[in-house]
Design a protein around this ligand. Structure first.
Ligand code: AMP
Ligand code: MN
Ligand code: MN
Ligand code: MN
Length: 284
């Protein structure tokens, strides 16, 4: 069985529709797919229908933005009940926070001389999501930066010229929303945070104490040493190992569907656990 438990559609910053994502997953040989858009579950009904038609198991998910020690940390909720009022209220709050943040980012960019950036960005987005990738796209289209990455490096990334810190929920809050909705909480891409070793250990410990279930051990563009290290950390903290390609679309380099490989031996895979079985039994 092939699992891919972290993916995006155009309901957040992905390029594909939920249907096209599910189809691409089926073609890549994925049996169990989670759709985990940023702070929204609006793509899930369409993904669920498409998955049924394609013979793929769809895990309803979300990637929640959270704030921990002045850093943005992402927490995946898998197998969530999208009718849960606590989770939905939290996501709604984040969606409003996104609009406010985007207005502040736009104001900073206007000050830097990019006229009418708010008009252009707000006209280009859907009602489900607005985020930094929307600004990056407009800056690329205007020829202000050479590519998407450069937009982050120069303007949108942490501490850069148009960066605006956002008061997302804390890590324990994000986990508690997921738990309210009977989901499993997985710390997303722990190998990608730019922090010291001791800080990473503190983050994982905080996540575990908050009731977190898993660590995203398999992740694209990460060498075998990194994967092994994350597998050891998962074991050390009593967390289950998950796998996600964080697929956003075909033009994002290095993040392809169905290329994750195998978990290191002796890993306790999330999908071999009892909590996973009962979660799947509940959603299907
Ligand atoms: P936001 O949720 O609005 O903070 O935007 C975060 C999203 O932007 C992430 O999920 C990535 O898809 C993308 N992103 C963040 N940092 C970078 C970066 N340095 N280069 C390219 N994309 C990035
Ligand atoms: Mn993204
Ligand atoms: Mn993320
Ligand atoms: Mn993601």
């Amino acid at each position: 069985m092939k699992y891919d438990l972290h993916n995006h559609s155009y309901f957040s910053d992905g390029e594909l529709s939920p249907e096209a994502l599910v189809h691409a997953a089926q073609e890549a040989g994925i049996d169990v797919l989670a759709l985990t858009d940023h702070d929204t579950v609006d793509g899930l009904p369409r993904a669920r229908l498409a998955a049924k038609a394609e013979g793929v198991v769809l895990v309803p998910g979300v990637e929640i933005s959270s704030r921990w020690e002045r850093m943005d940390i992402h927490v995946l909720g898998l197998g969530i009940d999208t009718n849960n009022a606590t989770l939905m209220a939290g996501l709604h709050q984040h969606q409003q926070e996104r609009v406010t943040r985007a207005q502040h980012v736009a104001a900073k960019l206007e000050k830097l001389g990019f006229n009418n950036i708010w008009q252009e960005v707000s006209a280009s987005v859907s009602s489900h999501y607005i985020g930094r990738p929307d600004f990056a796209r407009v800056l690329v289209n205007r020829g202000e930066v050479k590519d998407f990455q450069s937009a982050f490096h120069k303007y949108l990334g942490e501490g850069k010229l148009a960066y605006v810190a956002t008061e997302w929920a804390s890590v324990p809050e994000a986990v508690s929303w997921i738990k309210s909705a009977q989901g499993l909480a997985v710390l997303a891409h722990p190998g990608r945070y730019r922090m010291t070793r001791s800080k990473l250990l503190r983050l994982i410990s905080c996540f575990k104490e908050a009731g977190g279930d898993g660590l995203e051990v398999l992740y694209p563009a990460q060498d075998a040493d990194k994967t092994r290290d994350l597998a050891v950390l998962a074991k050390q903290f009593g967390l289950l190992a998950s796998a996600g390609s964080d697929f956003h679309g075909l033009s994002y380099p290095g993040m392809k569907l169905g290329m994750l490989g195998e978990l290191p031996t002796h890993s306790a895979a999330l999908w071999d656990s009892e909590i996973w079985s009962s979660c799947l039994a509940r959603i299907n």
